[in-house]
Design a protein around this ligand. Structure first.
Ligand SMILES: Nc1ncnc2c1ncn2[C@@H]1O[C@H](COP(=O)(O)OP(=O)(O)OP(=O)(O)O)[C@@H](O)[C@H]1O
Ligand SMILES: [Mg+2]
Length: 141
């Protein structure tokens, strides 16, 4: 299952969040894990609006055992060193939710950035954790 959406304005951030929320239904991700994915989707897509001329796209794909989100843009690329961005000190302008890319890297299981003066691509995924959302309530108590 795969969905694709252009990111061209602020409201597309919320569209992307809604798509991810819907696609996670039925996955073995508990509420907290789902929120981690949704916050990450909001951060990544808002960065396209704020830092990449609002010219990009969001793809969400359910793969065996994981959800993968890909955010591409045709912006100018990252002006700073990626290692500084991912350390998270000093680069966050706190225009978004305040977690920034350092937060996204922390919230997701895999995370990668490719960037050039022609644009950027970020891929992140979160794995299902088997049994995690099986609470005591599901047993024959
Ligand atoms: N898609 C992008 N294209 C180009 N530069 C980007 C992109 N996304 C992020 N950046 C650069 O990386 C920096 C860090 O991004 P990050 O999302 O961590 O923080 P922020 O967007 O500045 O603030 P916030 O905490 O509100 O997200 C940005 O300030 C920007 O310079
Ligand atoms: Mg940001």
């Amino acid at each position: 299952m795969k969905e694709h959406l252009p990111i061209e304005r602020e409201e597309d951030v919320y569209m992307a969040v809604a798509v991810a929320r819907r696609m996670m239904l039925g996955m073995a991700l508990d509420e907290m894990q789902q929120q981690m994915v949704l916050v990450s989707v909001a951060e990544l897509t808002r960065n396209v609006v704020v830092h990449a001329n609002a010219s990009g796209a969001f793809t969400c794909e359910i793969l065996p055992g994981e959800i993968q989100v890909t955010v591409t843009d045709e912006g100018p690329g990252f002006p700073e060193l990626l290692q500084d961005v991912l350390r998270g000190d000093g680069v966050s302008s706190t225009r978004g939710l305040g977690l920034g890319l350092a937060g996204v890297q922390r919230l997701m299981d895999t995370f990668s950035i490719q960037t050039s003066e022609k644009g950027s691509k970020i891929v992140a995924s979160k794995r299902e954790s088997l049994g995690q959302n099986q609470t005591a309530g599901t047993r024959n108590a």
